[in-house]
Ligand binder design. Sequence first.
Ligand code: NAD
Ligand code: DAU
Length: 359
Amino acid sequence: MKTYLVTGGAGFIGSNYIHYMFRKYGEDIRIINVDCLTYAGNLENLKGVENRDNYTFVKADIRDREAIEEIFAKNNIDRVVHFAAESHVDRSIRNPEVFVETNVLGTLVMLNAAKKAWEKPDGTYMEDKKFLHVSTDEVYGSLEEGDTYFYETTPIDPHSPYSASKASSDMLVKAYIDTYKFPANITNCSNNYGPYQFPEKLIPLIINNALQGRKLPVYGDGKNVRDWLYVDDHAKAIDMVQEKGRLGERYNIGGHNEKQNIEIVRTILDTLQEMLPEGDPRKALVSHDLITYVEDRKGHDRRYAIAPDKIKAEIGWYPETMFKEGIRLTIQWFFEHEDWMKNVTSGDYQKYYEEMYKA
Ligand code: NAD
Ligand code: DAU
C-alpha cells in the first residue's frame, strides 16, 4: 500500500484531489494531509474522509523543517503531492512576503525533507519514491491575442509576486532534479474551478455575489482570457502524471477552454437563472445589471492558454468535463453547500472583501 503525503490538502484543489484519490483507490492507499490551515484551508472540505482509517490530518506548516522531517521519519512516504501555497494573485500584490516564505522556502523544506528521507548513501534513491510539485501556467507570463499557447518549452516569464514565487519554486524543483537526480515532476495547470473553491477567486465570488444581488466586480475591460479546467480533471491528471509520467519531466495541464472573464460572468448569470427554481427569491436578484467594471488588477496578465499536447501524447490524459457541464456541477454544489459558503465568508473574508473592493 502506497503512502501519500499531500500538502495543502485542506485547500481547494488539494481537498478535491484527496476525495478523488479515495474514490479511485479506496482502501488501497494511505493519505497524510499536511496543512497549517491558513484562511484558505478548511477541514470542512474533507467531510466524508476524515474518519477513514487510511487518512490522517497533520496540522503543520511546510516552512517548519523539524515538523516536516518528523512526518517523513515516522512514515514510510512513497508519494509527495505538493499543493500547499499562497495561491491568490490579488493578495500577492498587497503582501508579497508570505508568498516567498511559503511558496519558495516552504517548497525548499519539502524538497530537502523528501531528499533526506529517500536518498541512499550512494546518492541514488529508494525505489519507487516520487515527488510531484503542483504549479501554475502563470509562470509562463501572458499571451496576447494571436499568440499560440503555453508549451512546456515556453520561457518562464512571471509578472505577479504570486507567479514569481511559483516560478521560483519550479526552478528549485528543477534544480533538485538536475543536480541531485531527485525523483520529481512539475505540473503547470491552468485555472481550476469546482467545489470548495474559496470565494476570493472569480467563479465562486461571482456565484456568491449574484445570489445575494451584490455587484459583480469585473477588472478592466473584462476581456482577459483564462483557460478553465474542472478540478476533478486536474486531480486525475496529477495522479496520471505521477504514475505514468517520465520522472524529471514537466507537464502542462489545461482544458483547451479559453474564455474572456466577462463571458464567464454572463454564463454564470444565465446558468443561475436556468437552475434556480420558480418561486426562489434569489431568482429576482440574479441580473446582468449587477455587472460592474472596476479598476484593473495591477500587471494583469492578458491571456493564459495551455497546450496540453505532451500530457495527452505521453500519458493519455485529456480534459473530460466540458465547461457547460462543469459550471452546472459547480453551481449545484454551491446550492447544496450554503452553510459552507456562510462559514468561509464570515469573519476575515468580510474584512478582505471590503478592503479589496472598497473603490
Ligand atoms: P488554496 O489557496 O485553496 O489552498 C492552499 C492550501 O495550502 C490551504 O489549505 C492552506 O491552508 C495551505 N497552506 C498555505 N500555506 C501553507 C503552509 N505554509 N504550510 C502548510 N499549508 C499551507 O490553493 P489552491 O487553489 O487549492 O491551489 C493549490 C496549488 O495549486 C497551489 O500550489 C497553486 O499554486 C496551484 N494551482 C492552483 C490553480 C487554481 O486555479 N486554483 C491552478 C494551477 C495551479
Ligand atoms: O492560471 C492558474 C491560476 O489561476 C492559479 O495559479 C492561481 O492560484 C489561481 O488563483 C488563478 O489565478 P487568476 O488570477 O487567473 O484567478 P482569479 O480567479 O483571481 O481571476 C480570474 C480572472 O478574473 C483574472 O483575469 C482576474 C479576473 N477577476 C478576478 C476577480 C477575483 C475579476 O475580473 N474580478 C474579480 O473580482
